[in-house]
Structure formats: structure tokens, C-alpha cells
Ligand binder design. Sequence first.
Ligand SMILES: [Zn+2]
Length: 87
Amino acid sequence: MCSRDLGERRLQTVRFFTVDLTKIRGRGEFGCPKCGAKISPDDKTEKTYAILDALVKENQLDSVMLRCNRCESHIHLVGFRVLNMTR
Ligand SMILES: [Zn+2]
């Protein structure tokens, strides 16, 4: 369930990961699956990562595509809707 076929052909030189926020403890911080860079949603400086795209469904954040600035991996963040449902 973790793999969505996003850009597999065009991104052959870029590592692509999916991170499920429902499996992360704390406030949503996680390490880059490849290089371990700490990526925090509270970090607005975009030094560590850049937001490439954000998908909103029904006025709720559904998923976000990030790029790790250290190793340039693309990281697909999912699981926002579940977080919103458990408040
Ligand atoms: Zn990285």
C-alpha cells in the first residue's frame, strides 16, 4: 500500500520514498529514509527540505511531496487525514 506509481520512469536517478505519518510518533518529525536528515513540519526555513507539491482533498491536507535538500531524495508524505480524524 506504500507504493504509488508516481514518476517511476522520469525519476530514475532520484530515490523515491513514501513516509506514512500515522507510523511516526511525536509531532511529525522524521528522518530522511536515505540520508537521515531530520525533517520537521515545523521547520519553515526549507534548509533541510523543500516542498514540491501539496495535495488537498475536501479541505484537508492529503499528502505532500518533499525533496530532501541533502540527498535530493523525493519523499511522499501521507497519512494527514488520519491525524485529523483522531483529534
Ligand atoms: Zn536525504
